[in-house]
Ligand binder design. Structure first.
Ligand code: NAI
Length: 337
């Protein structure tokens, strides 16, 4: 079988070899241009490694392809309907880095509320930086309300971590069945407005889709409890960056920790990014960015690559389909593996 990997990181040849000589990899690393149509036509399976870039060639050009995999959790870059119309399942890799992302959400929160990043900069860069009050968002976390938007794998892992810091966890997730709150052991809030009114910290863990795009925008932020800190490790477009910037600037909210942005890498022309880079006083210690790195650890990167290939091999060798995310778009039965 021939697997075309697009938008790849450095290829891991040793890992590929473990799948045996009949699994042949065609690696397309250059994200600036799509793979040629000949390479797409020859592929039995395609893997898109990028969380932000699409494959670059329409599903209709993958004549032999039996399965398309997003090497990662979020599949908003995959054409679910286009593949589904051809009877091709789209699958993801949901479980390679759950704890890394949850850890990262808490790391952003702790860096802001324990001031570690501000202290580090003050002590290193300024002779008068030996001051406990150099970080504006330091607060007692015990007793704070940590609201999870989307109590899936990562949201639940983040909730467990927040609870371990003695925070009160609440969650909003309209797609979980009744009783999910009993299984999770956290309070379920049915109205998102109530979440905003009660949350000291809002940690976002929903997928990006038509419903969640721009969800945390002007309207919701206007309902925020004073002092809110927004943490986003899910997808950038879920938060309206203009609205968030305005809410930060006017102190409508206290702070934000963002691993993901609507435009990645960070758009230097966006007013909030500009202000952050120019170290405008109102951003200092209140806004923290990381480069869509929440998923990353060397272990996660290896798991992610291996599991993506396992999904393909399992389907093409044994007909066992795992992690299919476009079942509702399948206009016809999956093509024979
Ligand atoms: P999941 O599918 O296990 O959980 C998502 C949860 O969100 C589900 O429980 C679902 O019911 C809920 N949900 C869906 N729509 C909602 C809405 N409108 N309001 C509230 N809840 C809603 O996914 P998982 O594994 O927890 O991942 C969450 C997201 O994290 C992914 O979709 C991905 O985009 C992002 N991610 C980011 C990474 C990074 O490096 N920053 C790495 C991995 C994932």
């Amino acid at each position: 079988m021939r697997i075309l990997k697009v938008n790849t990181y450095a290829p891991d040849t040793a890992l590929y070899q473990a799948f045996g000589p009949d699994v042949v990899f065609d690696i397309h690393r250059d994200p600036s241009e799509p793979p040629s149509l000949d390479r797409c036509r020859a592929a039995d399976a395609v893997i898109n490694c990028s969380a932000t870039l699409p494959i670059g060639v329409g599903a209709e050009h993958f004549e032999r392809c039996r399965i398309a995999v997003r090497e990662g959790v979020g599949y908003d870059t995959m054409d679910l309907a286009g593949w589904g119309a051809r009877g091709v399942p789209v699958c993801n890799v949901p479980d390679y880095g759950t704890t890394e992302v949850a850890d990262h959400a808490l790391a952003l929160l702790l860096a802001l509320t324990r001031g570690t990043s501000s202290y580090q900069e003050a002590v290193r860069d300024r002779s008068d930086g030996w001051r406990y009050d150099a970080a504006p968002l330091v607060r007692r976390l015990r007793g704070q309300t940590f609201a999870v938007l989307g109590l899936g794998r990562i949201g639940l892992a983040a909730a467990r971590r927040a609870a371990a810091f003695d925070m009160k966890v609440i969650f909003y997730d309209p797609y979980l069945p009744n009783g999910a709150e009993l299984a999770a052991g956290y309070e379920r809030v049915r109205r998102i407005e109530e979440v905003m009114a009660r949350a000291d910290i809002l940690s976002i863990h929903t997928p990006l889709n038509d419903e969640t795009r721009g969800m945390v925008g002007v309207d919701l932020l206007a309902k925020a409890k004073p002092g809110l800190i927004v943490i986003n490790t899910a997808r950038g477009p879920i938060v309206d960056l203009d609205a968030l910037g305005e809410a930060l600037k006017t102190a409508r909210i206290a702070g934000a920790g963002l691993d993901v942005l609507p435009k990645e890498p960070a758009d230097s022309d966006h007013p909030l990014i500009k202000a952050y880079r120019q170290r405008e006083a109102w951003t200092e210690g209140r806004l923290m960015l990381s480069p869509h790195s929440a998923f990353y650890s060397p272990s996660a990167l290896e798991d992610m690559q291996r599991k993506a290939i396992e999904v393909i091999v399992s389907y093409l060798r044994e007909g066992v389909l795992m992690n299919c995310v476009n079942a509702e778009h399948m206009k016809r039965a999956p093509r024979a593996a």
